[in-house]
Design a protein around this ligand. Structure first.
Ligand SMILES: [Zn+2]
Length: 356
């Protein structure tokens, strides 16, 4: 790892928006609005309208009903009320965070996983090459929420030093043992790394799970070299799939996704945390077509079947896997089309530190 670079010192913590009480005084165009359990973290308004109510349709971890609401002022979509940390823990199946170990799945599945991760790898390699050598050494990539380390494995193989961070000790163990990726367990806000020591920080499908996404972005800001780049990826709540499928869109992932970001929401969040976006990608082979297949037929999703412990014979398993794969392929043209309209079901953004 390169020595700590010259630090950019942040002047003051980012102020939270002042809370705005929800006034539901008729006559008002906000007739379907109600007061949320908490004020919107982006604008401070506590008035929301309910978009949907629903439960965990993918993994069946609970029967509890949750509300997906939209802030009437800034339109940020969120879960309301948010579950407590203790409650939320029960909504994550044991294997949610990490990938299967090589050898524990069929060779075809393993080859597919390695093939479809390429979009993520190429996006990150592009950023690393933009950053270039820092203090005479290749820039370090830190992957937050690294899972079993397959993504970082490929980045490492391209000649860049990598580090993984995950909540799950099982994930970190797989990352190290199966993919030779040095990984540590913990939160980014308490990462044992020097300021300015990272060239690129990646967070794929992380921010939507956090109570305080801004805290992670601020930590990334501190860990990044002044020339460093941040890469984030989240489901895109401004996608055509959400418009067409509504509450059946798998990107909502109730109750695990606490936020459903649109690109504009991300821009605001990045700006507040000292970043500006430089590039966005609306399509990746791993998430978009398979995500649509899961929206249409959640019961066929292989991970969902595994986690729910669905009893099936080898022939049934093969038939379901082939049907799901066929559906994924069938979804490919639509997901490419919506991405071409800059309304793909996931959005990957690269951002740099704003000049001062
Ligand atoms: Zn708001």
């Amino acid at each position: 790892m390169p020595p700590a670079a010259k630090l950019e010192v942040r002047e003051a913590p980012i102020p939270a928006p002042e809370a705005v009480p929800c006034k539901l005084e008729p006559p008002s165009p906000k007739t379907d609005a109600r007061a949320a359990a908490t004020a919107c973290p982006a604008c401070g308004d506590s008035c929301v309208r309910t978009l949907f109510s629903g439960s965990d349709r993918l993994y069946n971890t609970t029967d509890k009903i949750f509300y997906v609401v939209e802030c009437v002022r800034c339109r940020l979509i969120r879960l309301d009320p948010q579950p407590s940390p203790e409650e939320l823990r029960h909504f994550y199946p044991e294997k949610y965070w990490f990938e299967p170990e090589p050898g524990s799945v069929s060779q075809i599945t393993e080859a597919y996983r390695r093939f479809v991760i390429r979009d993520h790898v190429n996006f990150a390699l592009n950023a690393l090459r933009q950053v270039g050598p820092l203090n005479g050494r290749q820039p370090v990539l830190l992957d937050v929420g690294c899972g079993g380390g397959l993504f970082t494995h490929f980045v490492q193989r391209a000649g860049f030093p990598v580090l993984g961070l995950d909540f799950s000790i099982d994930a970190a163990r797989v990352a190290w043992r199966a993919n030779q990726v040095p990984a540590f367990v913990g939160t980014l806000t308490q990462a044992p790394l020097a300021r300015g020591s990272c060239g690129v920080v990646t967070m794929f499908h992380v921010l939507e799970h956090l109570y305080d996404p801004a805290a992670y972005l601020e930590s990334a800001y501190e860990l990044l070299h002044p020339e460093g780049r941040l890469i984030i990826q989240v489901p895109n709540a401004a996608c055509l799939q959400f418009l067409l499928l509504g509450e059946h869109w798998s990107g909502l992932d109730v109750p695990r996704h606490l936020w459903d970001f649109r690109p504009d929401d991300l821009e605001v969040l990045l700006d507040r945390c000292g970043f500006e976006s430089v590039r966005a990608k609306h399509f990746n082979l791993r998430d978009n077509p398979a995500g649509m297949a899961t929206s249409i037929a959640p019961g066929l999703d292989p991970m969902s079947r595994l986690i729910r412990g669905v009893k099936e014979s080898p022939a049934q398993r093969l038939a379901k896997n082939l049907t799901y794969f066929g559906l994924t392929v069938a979804c490919l043209p639509f997901t490419l089309l919506e991405a071409a309209c800059r309304a793909g079901s996931s959005i990957m953004m690269e951002a740099r530190k704003k000049p001062r």
